[in-house]
Design a protein around this ligand. Structure first.
Ligand SMILES: Cc1cn([C@H]2C[C@H](O)[C@@H](COP(=O)(O)OP(=O)(O)O[C@H]3O[C@H](CO)[C@@H](O)[C@H](O)[C@H]3O)O2)c(=O)[nH]c1=O
Length: 351
């Protein structure tokens, strides 16, 4: 049985990856290492928590000693590294927290893998899951990020992810650690913490609260349904070439204002509101400092070389997402109030 360590598996993208691997690969044992910060909680994984091929470990990737013990104890065959601080606005307020988790945490994890695997590098894999934000901001509508695009991170968040990508490649180059990387566009779907644009707006529309649009709402993002990202991660982990990077995206660009208007129309229909009622909540607010104008991914490489493609149209994915949030009201209340974090932190404080 292969033993796979997934870091950040209680978070938004991580929980979908953990579920997919636990359900699809009965010959793998999945170890989910997560610190259970505000953005990660085990309610995201209730349905698989008792699976015989799944183990949760509360822990911090910056803790070198704990990592050493874990790698010695479990002899992992592979690592899928998703644990990260992920919110750009938080990184603007507290850059060091992002350096700590995203840079130091990644280097600690690389060290642990390098040390544990040093006598048998070939039979292991370190997969770093990263972001398209490392490439910076596009201004020309004909341009796309490819795997050859130079790094040009603009926010403390993207700078920290760029640094962690560079460390992963440096460990491959210097120590021959077998690595693979992917850089994905904006994800959306169930279990997304309601600080990010889509779940924030769903929550606010539901509660008749203002929808804060930074600047004029003209910034463009490429959106991908989170389960499609999880499927891409599966493909990269199993078929990706060592040392390579794969860009993952939906070829699905939206200005923020058009996206929020679409969301308002869907919510009006689902909540039996008069058409146009939710749009009245749109409020233009001060722009994010250093706000990247446009991200656009060219995902040809993963499509052509590994045979992955997104499965859902955006409208269909948004409908599913809205339905999930309107059904899972308890989840939304508990993450917003911090109740899950209190509950799970207490439950695991002595582990
Ligand atoms: C929270 C919020 C965001 N926005 C804008 C800022 C962005 O242009 C867009 C999406 O914002 P966010 O949902 O924060 O996501 P963004 O900054 O693009 O970054 C996301 O996408 C990245 C991938 O591109 C991930 O690496 C990040 O972890 C993830 O947070 O909406 C608003 O206009 N109002 C808001 O209240």
């Amino acid at each position: 049985m292969k033993k796979i360590l997934i870091t950040g598996g209680a978070g938004f993208i991580g929980s979908h990856v953990v579920r997919r691997f636990v359900n699809r690969y009965s010959d793998y044992h999945i170890f989910n290492l997560d610190k259970l910060t505000y953005a990660g909680n085990l309610a995201n994984l209730k349905d698989i928590e008792n699976a015989s091929n799944y183990t949760f470990i509360k822990g911090d990737i910056t803790d070198a000693e704990a990592l050493k013990v874990l790698f010695t104890l479990h002899n992992f065959d592979g690592v899928i590294h998703l644990a990260a601080e992920s919110h750009v606005d938080r990184s603007i307020k507290d850059p060091l927290a992002f350096v700590h988790t995203n840079v130091i945490g990644t280097v600690q994890l690389l060290n642990a893998a390098k040390e544990a695997w040093k006598d048998d590098l070939d039979n292991h894999l370190f997969y770093h899951v990263s972001t398209d934000e490392v490439y910076g901001s596009l201004h020309n509508p004909d341009e796309f990020f490819t795997e050859e695009t130079s790094y040009d991170p603009q926010s403390p968040y993207s700078a920290s992810k760029a640094a962690s990508d560079h460390f992963v490649r440096a460990y491959h180059n210097t120590y021959k650690l077998p690595v693979v990387l992917s850089n994905c566009s904006n994800n959306y779907g169930p279990n997304h913490f309601p600080e990010k644009l889509i779940p924030l707006c769903i929550n606010n529309i539901k509660n008749y609260k203002p929808l804060p649009i930074y600047g004029k709402g003209e910034n463009v993002r490429d959106w991908l349904y989170v389960l499609d990202h999880a499927a891409a991660i599966d493909v990269v982990f199993h078929k990706g070439k060592i040392g390579e990077t794969y860009n993952i995206g939906g070829f699905n660009e939206w200005t923020n204002i058009d996206l929020v208007r679409l969301l308002c129309r869907i919510m009006d229909r689902k909540l039996n509101r008069i058409e146009g009622e939710s749009e009245k909540l749109i409020t233009f607010v001060t722009d994010r400092a250093g706000h990247d104008l446009r991200y656009a991914i060219d995902a040809q490489k993963i499509m052509n070389d590994l045979g992955w493609k997104p499965s859902l149209q955006f409208e269909e994915g948004l409908e599913k997402t809205v339905d999930w949030y309107l059904t899972n009201t308890e989840w939304l209340e508990n993450v917003t109030s911090g109740a899950y974090q209190d509950y799970y932190t207490k439950q695991y404080q002595h582990s």
